[in-house]
Structures are given as C-alpha cells and as structure tokens.
Design a protein around this ligand. Structure first.
Ligand code: CP
Length: 317
C-alpha cells in the first residue's frame, strides 16, 4: 500500500479500497480519544492551516477539533475578505499557499472554484486536504459518511444506497467515486435539472459503479440500507458566498424523507445520513426516529479528520 505520509486528499478518485479501509481502521484506533473528550499528543509538534474561502460550520471546525484532539495547533482564515485574496490585490492561490506552507505542516482548503485545492497542491510542499471545491468534490465528508456506515453496520459491501439531492453537489461526486471501491449498488434521485451529467455517468461506468436513477424517493427507498440526503433547495456552490435574498421554495415530495415515508416504506434497520446543513428535505421530527444517524455522522467527522491528519503527517502508517 502506498504510504499516506505527505499525500494530498483531493478526490476520492485517487483512493483505492485498501486506502479507504486504512483511513477507517486508523479512525477506529483514534476514536477513543474523541469519545473520552481528552486531548492526546500524537500531533503535538504539528500545525494545521485552515484556508476557507467559503462559509463552513462542520468541515472547518471538525478539522480544527481533530487537530486539537491530537494535541496539534491550528491557525488560518475563515473569511477570505480579511486576507489579500479578498481585497484590492486578489492574491492568487499560488502566492497565498507559498506563504501558508511556512505557517504550518498541513493545509485544509475550501474554495468556490472547482480544482482550487489541486492548483494549490501544485505549489505546496506540504499536504493539502480538499474541504470542498465548488461543484467539484468533498472527499472528507464522504469518508465521514462511509466511516459512519462501516462503524454502524460493521461492513460496507452488500449494502444498497439511495442518494437523494442535487447531483451537481460535490458530496454526490465524492460519494459516487467512493462507492466504486465497494459492492454498493446506488440509486440516485434528483430533479431533472440537477441530475448526473453524461460525462460523470460515463466516468462512473468506467469505474464499474452499479448505479441507477429514479424520479421519486418512493421508487427506491424500500430496498435501501443507507439513505443519504442532500438539499435540492440550496446555494450556488460556485459563489464565494450566496446569501438568502428572498423566500426560498419548498422541497418537492419526490426528494423529501419524512417520518411517514420511513415508517411505511423503509427497511427497519436502514440508516439515514445528511451531512447538513439542511432545508426542509428531512423534517426535524425524523431526528428522533431509529433511522437518523446525522449526529453520529458529526462525531465521525471529527474521527475521520483525526485519521487523515495522523496519516498525512506520518504519525500513523
Ligand atoms: N457538510 C458540510 O460540508 O458542512 P459545512 O458546509 O458546514 O462545512
């Protein structure tokens, strides 16, 4: 297996099955540190630099929490308007990251431009983790989701997935590539104008993903072991910031997972994931049902980032 030390985490296309399993196994080893809420010292001499050009609650803070849990330090920015990239200078990715590499040992970047973390990786001599790039990918979120399922079910192979939402989303792209490494058939349900592109479908066929498409969640929910939901009412991820200007629409029934739907159609042991934030696609009364796992996902998000940081910084092999 290729060593993780110094490796960039840019796309789930870059990872084979044994790489993914190694990330999960290291996560399982480190999980007691997060569960006991006691910080360790594995990364005591290391610093994480956060470069967030787009808003985030979970991705940035989970990486920061992971670094702190392992005894490391954190520096960085969450508002590019307060940097030279966001003022008169419009400083380039190259010039910015050429500075950042002297301020820490690993960078996590979120950017509104697809491919920005890969561009940064060209100039960095330290590893970089993609925290979400435009409509590109969001690999650490899907590693979190796969880890949550693996810990819950004890396996990934043989589980049938239902993925509901906007297939332009970076999480959906990382999900599709992540599932190619397992025996996990998946049905994608999205509005027609948010469906998988022909290019992506061709790529997924090359990777031998067993996938199908449906128009309504009711057509696929009964067979699903894992239901992963994302919003269809959402911002434009290619903008640096997209604030709500007016009243937003409601999610059509085709793309909503309600308590009534779960109790009438879903398998009793299916699990429901949502990376959050949500709109109305999962009403809050679902939170207390046996299917919801999004708070476990939040915990898994810290554990997976602990694993990734330990691996790319060479503290675990
Ligand atoms: N799921 C996710 O990426 O959340 P944030 O946008 O809050 O980081």
């Amino acid at each position: 297996m290729r060593s993780f030390k110094g490796r960039d985490i840019l796309s789930l296309k870059d990872f084979e099955r044994h790489d993914l399993m190694r990330i999960f196994e290291v996560g399982e080893q480190l999980e007691p540190i997060a569960r006991s809420r006691r910080n360790g010292d594995l990364l005591r001499q290391k610093t994480l630099v956060t470069a967030f050009y787009q808003p985030s609650t979970r991705t940035r803070l989970a990486h920061e929490a992971a670094m702190i849990r392992l005894g490391g330090q954190v520096t960085g920015f969450s508002d590019p308007q307060m940097t030279r990239a966001g003022d008169f200078y419009q400083e380039s990715i190259k010039d910015t990251v050429k500075m950042l590499e002297y301020y820490g040992d690993v960078v996590v970047m979120r950017h509104f431009q697809q491919g920005a973390p890969r561009e940064a990786a060209r100039w960095l001599s330290i590893p970089i983790i993609n925290g979400g790039d435009g409509w590109g990918e969001h690999p650490t979120q899907i590693l979190t989701d796969l880890y949550t399922v693996w810990r819950d079910k004890g396996r990934l192979d043989g589980l049938r997935w239902l993925a509901v939402g906007d297939m332009r989303m970076r999480t959906m792209h990382s999900l599709a590539y992540g599932l190619t490494q397992f025996d996990c058939p998946v049905t994608f349900v999205s509005p027609p104008d948010m469906s998988l592109t022909e290019d992506l479908k061709q790529d997924l066929k090359r990777y031998c993903l067993d996938f199908s498409e449906a128009e309504h969640v009711e057509q696929a929910i009964a067979d699903a072991d894992v239901i992963l939901v994302e919003p269809v009412v959402q911002p434009d991820y290619s903008k640096s910031r997209d604030e709500r200007q007016a009243e937003v629409g409601h999610t059509p029934e085709n793309f909503r997972i309600t308590r009534e739907l779960l109790s009438s159609k879903a398998k009793p042991d299916a699990i429901l994931l949502h990376s959050l934030p949500r709109m109305d696609e999962i009403p809050t009364d679902v939170d207390i049902t046996r299917w919801s796992r999004y708070w476990q996902e939040a915990f898994g998000g810290v554990v997976v980032r602990m694993s990734l940081l330990a691996l790319v910084l060479g503290a675990m092999e």
